[in-house]
Ligand binder design. Structure first.
Ligand SMILES: *Cc1c(COP(=O)(O)O)cnc(C)c1O
Length: 384
């Protein structure tokens, strides 16, 4: 059936009608008083979402652009950095650090295994010369559904005293608590098509005073990404360049929706959707990649039954039910599929996804569960 597509992927995520309608307007001049009022309003909302007093810059970019902006504004070629790598996104940041000529040390764990906090502790404590300039972390590793312990590693960085904490919060912000000030994070990067319930196209980067001070000595080239320019403009509620005006209308609407729901309620909803998804998968006899101690609130990676290609399950769920699930990436291709439960997602979405999944699993010949087991288990969790 047309127009019934249900996105159960960790970005882009579904967009509520309120946000779509908010965008359906003529753009206005980005130097007008009316638009400055909008920038002021969304900036206040972004501070609330990040639980911070810091500046949050809006970039016309995807989440990767926000991360790149973070790196180039505070670091210089040859700087020593530690980068946590336990999935596709951690690899991306380490690759980016290499491209910019940073001296990047990868702190690796298997995909599906959380970062080793001890490994970070060892490196930071051994660095008596305080040569490590930053730790680069992925909070929710979307490729494996692991939520890494950013709080603990940030604490180690503060004890170290020199290393900035640069965090990819692209699939944690708006799904789980990322209290920037309380945890002492220096750069928090995110993107509109994830927990923000918006279309793709905006990147966000929150910047601590320490990080802002580091821009003064950083020598990596930047112009479009310059935080100095962004800050100067933000103090007048404007942006250095023409922003994606209509996306900012959508942002204003989704931030309002988030404030209506409340931060704690948003986190609780995501935790419940996550727990229901994990319970549903288990009831179907399927393995989970991320351990119970570190589950992402945004996405759950589920192992396909032995001898069955995960992509065959996904294709059937799409073909028969118009529900999009995400594939495994790199070495996990065909071995896992991922259910996104991020942003504008509710109980009904989880229940229909499990009903569809059960049907597809039968059709590919997997009989390791009694009919209705996945839906029942998920429903039980959702009922509280
Ligand atoms: C989606 C995502 C990104 C950003 O990807 P873009 O395509 O650049 O928006 C970065 N990190 C994680 C963990 C993500 O899930």
């Amino acid at each position: 059936m047309k127009d019934k597509l249900q996105l159960m992927i960790p970005g882009p995520t579904p967009v509520p009608e309120r946000a779509l309608l908010a965008m359906a307007k003529h753009p206005i001049g980005h130097r007008s008083k009316a638009f400055s009022d909008t920038i002021a309003a969304v900036t206040a909302g972004l501070r609330w979402l990040h639980q911070t007093q810091n500046d949050v810059f809006i970039l016309s970019a995807s989440g990767t652009g926000a991360m790149e902006a973070g790196l180039v504004n505070v670091l210089s070629p040859g700087d020593r950095v530690l980068c946590g790598v336990n999935g596709k996104f951690g690899e991306r940041w380490a690759d980016m650090a290499d491209v910019f000529g940073l001296q990047c040390e990868r702190i690796e764990s298997e995909w599906g295994t959380p970062y080793s906090v001890e490994a970070f502790a060892e490196k930071l404590q051994a660095d008596t010369a305080r040569a490590i300039k930053a730790v680069i972390l992925t909070h929710s590793e979307t490729s494996s559904g692991v939520q890494n312990d950013v709080e603990a590693i940030a604490k180690l960085a503060q004890e170290h005293g020199e290393a900035l904490v640069i965090v990819d919060a692209v699939t944690s912000l708006g799904a789980a608590s990322v209290p920037m000030d309380e945890w002492g994070l220096d750069i928090v990067a995110s993107g509109s098509q994830k927990g923000y319930m918006m279309p793709p196209g905006l990147g966000f980067v929150a910047v601590s005073d320490r990080a802002m001070a580091a821009t003064q000595t950083s020598t990596l080239p930047k112009y479009y990404w310059s935080f100095a320019m962004a800050k100067k403009n933000l103090s007048k509620n404007t942006t250095p360049f023409t922003p994606a005006v209509n996306l900012i209308y959508a942002l204003q609407e989704t931030l309002t929706m988030m404030q209506e729901e409340g931060l704690e309620a948003i986190f609780a909803r995501h935790a419940l959707l996550r727990d229901a998804t994990r319970a549903g998968a288990r009831a179907l006899g399927l393995g989970l990649l991320a351990p119970d101690s570190h589950p992402s609130s945004a996405v759950t990676a589920i192992e396909a039954p032995a001898g069955i290609n995960a992509d065959d399950i996904r294709s059937l769920v799409m073909k028969k039910f118009d529900i999009a699930l995400a594939a495994g990436q790199n070495q996990l291709k065909g071995k896992i599929f991922r259910i996104g439960h991020l942003g504008f997602i509710c109980d009904r979405d989880i229940l229909t996804t499990f009903a569809a999944l059960e049907s597809a699993l039968r059709e590919v010949g997997y009989e390791g569960f009694s009919p209705g087991a996945g839906v029942t288990a998920a429903a039980r969790v959702l009922a509280g």
